[in-house]
Design a protein around this ligand. Structure first.
Ligand code: UDP
Ligand code: MG
Length: 305
């Protein structure tokens, strides 16, 4: 068994791989523990794979996993996790926005007994828009998962082996790593880490992909948006009933004839009833969604002696 596995998802990162390898090797050697570095090629087409093979040839502690095509960062990470042999399994981006030199800080927390340790990027070097969007999402996720972290999106994280073994048994496809983690352990630490701007090549996430990720994230971890429809339906129906009552009173007590008002009231009542029905259906769909995910109902860490 090895002490440390570091998993790196790689999608067209040819220009940083050599430096990444050197810095990772140096940092991990300084820990004095046995380790492996797993580079997961996520369908790169820029010669990254050749670069990885070259690194592997120089040092057999570097392993290379080639995926069949581009699956995305998180599937690539999970592929790496499924192959990792270490007691402590860490993840880091290939683009050197995270500092490999911060890894010992994470290891220290795992040594202290935490199941999971997550980086908290200080002075984050991304665009204003991304930082703003992240802040919004972070708040949301904190509310939904009840796992209080500042920076869920940081890709420098570390896990105790048991947690990764549990993660490997999960089968749902709509997944967001920190949410899986929150489902598996409450013993999570956060450490401050450095962040640098992306030096080589563009980010693999453009605006549309980011919006897609945000929608996937919200719809993937909660059925709250579905439940919203029923609430709006009740609101419509109540407004309609109120208006209807008003028409009724005016018509039968004051004797006025309010044709248009009656129609408007009827419209509100009918659309309200329809939305309530749709909302009810959404409740069931939301439950189907939760059921098909087959997330563990409970997770036992261990039985004490
Ligand atoms: N990545 C990947 N597959 C993808 C997209 C990204 O393996 O489809 C990797 C990428 O090579 C990098 C990490 O995921 O190691 C994070 O990507 P990036 O730096 O572009 O994201 P950002 O830092 O802009 O969030
Ligand atoms: Mg990056």
């Amino acid at each position: 068994m090895l002490k440390i596995s570091v998993v790196v998802p790689v999608f067209n990162e040819r220009d940083t791989l050599a430096e990444l390898g050197t810095r990772l090797l140096r940092t991990l050697e300084e820990t004095g523990d046995s380790f492996e570095i797993i580079l997961v090629d996520d369908g790169s087409s820029d010669g990254s794979l050749e670069e990885m093979k070259r690194l592997r040839a120089q040092d057999s502690r570097i392993r290379v996993l080639q995926l069949a095509r581009n699956f995305g960062q998180v599937p690539a990470l999970y592929a790496g996790f499924s192959a990792a042999r270490g007691d402590y399994i860490l993840m880091i981006d290939a683009d050197l926005q995270n500092y490999p030199e911060d890894i010992p800080k994470l290891l220290e927390k795992l040594e202290e007994g935490y199941d999971v340790v997550s980086g908290w990027r200080q002075a984050r070097k991304d665009s204003l828009f991304r930082r703003w969007a992240s802040r919004l999402l972070n708040r949301w996720i904190a509310r939904i998962t009840r796992l209080p972290l500042h920076d869920y999106g940081c890709s420098l994280k570390g896990f105790r082996r048991e947690i990764v073994e549990h993660m490997n048994t999960l089968t749902h496809r709509c997944r967001y790593l920190p949410v899986d983690v929150a489902c598996l352990s409450g013993n999570v630490a956060e450490v401050e880490v450095r962040h640098s701007p992306r030096e080589k090549g563009p980010s693999k996430y453009n605006l549309f992909k980011l919006i897609r990720v945000a929608i996937d994230l919200l719809t993937g971890i909660t059925s709250a948006p579905l439940q919203f429809i029923g609430v709006v339906g009740w609101l419509f129906a109540l407004i309609g009933f109120g208006m209807g009552l008003r028409v009724f009173i005016i018509r039968f007590i004051l004797g006025d004839n309010l044709g248009l008002e009656s129609v408007v009231a009827l419209f509100f009542v009918l659309s309200g009833v329809q939305m309530i029905a749709t909302g009810l259906m959404c409740e069931y769909i939301g439950r189907i969604f939760i059921e098909v995910q087959q997330k563990p109902y409970f997770v036992i860490r261990k039985e004490l002696e």
